[in-house]
Design a protein around this ligand. Structure first.
Ligand code: MN
Length: 243
């Protein structure tokens, strides 16, 4: 394929708080997802949030791969749990939108990359569960909500060398950024853990029998400008989309 692959990026809704449009709803995604796709040879296309499943289905037909972007905590009822006090803001309608994107993308067997919430959505979709806050794990863990700049790398991860990520990165232990107060508890049925932090927190997953379905708990799109190897992840996603 000589044409550059089109990479669909899931979006969220933000309430405008500027004068004049106070309370207005806007569909958005952080610009660094867009930049990361362009930088690595893809054509980014936002998939605007909607609750219309038929529309979502048609949107996914337009793209060669999808990135499930970050955002709200997953609504606990979607993994059969009641909300605990430290649960963050939720957006159940967006969960359903993301689940629909996943369902349609899987039907088409196109590459899927979940980032942060995107990885958690993949896990819940595949039947897994989440810790609603890291404090509920019941043991000491690292600081996973880092202070400082988004492009700072603050904790190490160790990657399974036999995994997709193991083949993408030349090193199997390196530092990443960290902006999550939740984590995977039970792993989804057809998923496999492929990276952990030194405290055991799950930092990446892949699907056991799908061509390319990867979830990462960190934010590669916030890193690629300052940390060159992170481009390889987007490059691989985009190359997979050409198949
Ligand atoms: Mn982390």
């Amino acid at each position: 394929m000589s044409k550059k692959p089109v990479i669909g990026i899931s979006t969220s809704v933000i309430i405008d708080n500027t004068k004049g449009f106070l309370g207005y709803e806007k569909v958005y995604v952080n610009k660094d997802y867009v930049d990361a796709v362009i930088q690595n040879g893809g054509i980014p296309l936002m998939i605007p949030f909607s609750e219309d499943e038929k529309v979502i289905e048609s949107q996914v037909e337009l793209v060669d791969a999808v990135i499930l972007s970050g955002g709200h905590d997953v609504f606990p009822a979607h993994y059969n749990r009641e909300p605990q006090p430290k649960l963050g803001d939720v957006f159940p309608e967006r969960d359903k939108y993301d689940f629909k994107i996943l369902e349609c993308a899987k039907k088409r067997k196109i590459p899927i990359l979940g980032i942060c919430r995107g990885m958690q959505i993949i896990n819940v979709y595949e039947g897994g569960t989440l810790y609603q806050d890291l404090s509920y794990i019941g043991r000491d863990v690292l600081k996973h909500v880092q202070g400082g700049k988004p492009y700072m790398r603050t904790h190490y991860i160790e990657i399974d060398t036999e995994s997709i990520l193991g083949k993408i990165f030349s090193e199997n232990r390196f530092m990443v950024n960290s902006f999550h107060h939740q984590a995977i508890e039970n792993i989804g049925k057809d998923l496999k853990v492929i990276a952990n932090a030194s405290d055991g927190i799950i930092e990446a997953v892949e699907h056991k029998n799908y061509p390319f379905l990867v979830g990462v708990q960190w934010h590669p799109e916030m890193l690629f400008k300052k940390y060159e190897p992170m481009n390889k992840l987007f490059e691989r996603l985009i190359n997979e989309s050409k198949k």
